[in-house]
Write a protein that binds this ligand. Structure first.
Ligand SMILES: NC(=O)c1ccc[n+]([C@@H]2O[C@H](COP(=O)([O-])OP(=O)(O)OC[C@H]3O[C@@H](n4cnc5c(N)ncnc54)[C@H](O)[C@@H]3O)[C@@H](O)[C@H]2O)c1
Length: 398
């Protein structure tokens, strides 16, 4: 076994975030791009013995079959991501990674996600069969590539959240639910349970349920492994977690915060379904009340505008009250390339989760809160506090 070789297994491996992350990983390995956007390139994280880009082998699950090179070409054509030379330079490695991508599973994902599927054999007869399939794929990947370990990152489409009273509170309840013929847990939680049960670290880059139930946390601790999530914090919510602490610190009262988001990629198409959109809205809205200590009136909209492709625009209107009750307004416009913002975070998270696993950390990795809209564990929501937590961990984790 090559001690330093590790795996990056991406659920949703053919999606926009995953393909950009894979292309970025290959480009880093080939020395074709600088480290802009990667926080693990900065101190104190760059002082840690994190896996090098060349140490990673990549595989994953997806319910679609389009080759990675075609997906990257589509992002390049429709959304102007990456220079043509870079697309050509990484293409040969993408073909090899394609062979490591297995059909994903469809279990309680809802009709909008089911519509996307074109890979065969994704409807397992039971949740137990789904877990066995996922674990067989992960074990084969690890053995074939002689890996020390692998991090499993969920970058699949956002599922609708199941009702909270169905979330398992203990590992025993989780096992019972998985064994039941009508297991209510969605695919994201089956992937999480399958990975953690094998002792692998798991990162949920999406707002889907994943490792959120307490029963999954207990399973992770029992197996001595760790997890992080949920929902990568890349744009509008990143701005909220930076700006809201400023209003709080200056004793300015936020009366209302309105955010309108428009974008046109596949994720946007899935989020156009009200059930899937509700999961995302909840994740984007949770932090303000926690940071401010009161709940201002909020409104968030997310609309799919196909012509925009991977480019997202967020308009935010913040109405606040200052000294002597004077009302004032802050407005901002964020125009970001969704996949180019998300991909480096996914790569940073993969390196940091593997380092935490090597250090024997178990349960929720709260020090990764700055990466997420809905951080796992008991973590602060303000960006400054979250960065301090990350840096404190890094200083103790050399
Ligand atoms: N782009 C960002 O800035 C950003 C930020 C935070 C969170 N996210 C989240 O990351 C996820 C991925 O975003 P994206 O833009 O790449 O979306 P995408 O639609 O381009 O990709 C999702 C991929 O997941 C696959 N998939 C769906 N269900 C699956 C299943 N059960 N098993 C295996 N594969 C499955 C789809 O076929 C698709 O290839 C979404 O949940 C999104 O909300 C994205």
């Amino acid at each position: 076994m090559a001690a330093s070789r590790v795996g990056l297994w991406i659920i949703g491996a053919r999606g926009g975030v995953a393909v950009t992350a894979i292309a970025g990983l290959v480009a880093q390995r080939l020395g074709l791009v600088d480290a802009t956007g990667l926080t693990t390139a900065l101190p104190p994280l760059c002082d840690l013995p994190l896996p090098a880009w060349g140490d990673f082998r990549v595989g994953g699950h997806d319910i679609r079959q389009a080759p990675l090179a075609d997906e990257l070409a589509r992002l390049h054509r429709d959304s102007r991501i990456l220079e043509s030379q870079l697309v050509d330079a990484v293409a040969p490695e993408l073909a090899a990674i394609d062979r490591e991508i297995r059909p994903g599973i469809l279990w309680k994902v809802g009709p909008r996600i089911e519509e996307l599927a074109d890979a065969p054999g994704q409807q397992p007869s039971t949740a137990t069969a789904a877990i066995e399939q996922i674990q067989a794929d992960l074990n084969a990947f690890i053995q074939r590539n002689e890996l020390e370990t692998a991090v499993v990152v969920n970058a699949a489409s956002t599922e609708a959240l199941p009702p909270e009273d169905t979330w398992p509170a203990t590992a025993a309840e989780l096992a019972e639910q998985i064994a039941a013929s009508d297991c209510p847990l969605p695919a994201s939680t089956l992937y999480a349970a399958a990975a953690l049960d094998l002792g692998l670290p798991y990162v949920n880059f999406t707002p889907s349920l994943g490792a959120l139930p307490r029963g999954v946390d207990e399973l992770a601790r029992q197996r001595g492994t760790c997890y992080a999530g949920r929902d990568g914090k890349t744009g509008e919510t990143l701005m909220k977690s930076v700006l809201a602490p400023m209003f709080a610190a200056r004793n300015l009262q936020v009366m209302s915060w309105v955010g309108h988001n428009i974008f046109g990629n596949l994720d946007g198409r899935v989020l156009d379904d009200p059930a899937n959109k509700a999961t995302k809205l909840k994740s984007k809205d949770a932090l303000l009340g926690e940071i401010l200590g009161y709940a201002p009136q909020t409104h968030i909209s997310i609309e799919h505008i196909a012509s925009l492709g991977d480019w997202k625009t967020a308009w935010d209107h913040i109405h606040f009250r200052g000294f002597l009750g004077v009302p004032m307004t802050l407005q901002f416009t964020w125009q970001g390339c969704d996949s180019a913002l998300a991909a480096p975070l996914l790569l940073d998270l993969a390196r940091l989760a593997i380092h935490a696993r090597r250090r024997g950390e178990a349960g929720a990795l709260t020090f990764l809160a700055s990466f997420f809209k809905s951080p796992a564990g008991d973590a602060p929501q303000g960006f400054g506090d979250q960065l301090r937590l990350l840096h404190q961990w890094a200083l103790g984790a050399k």
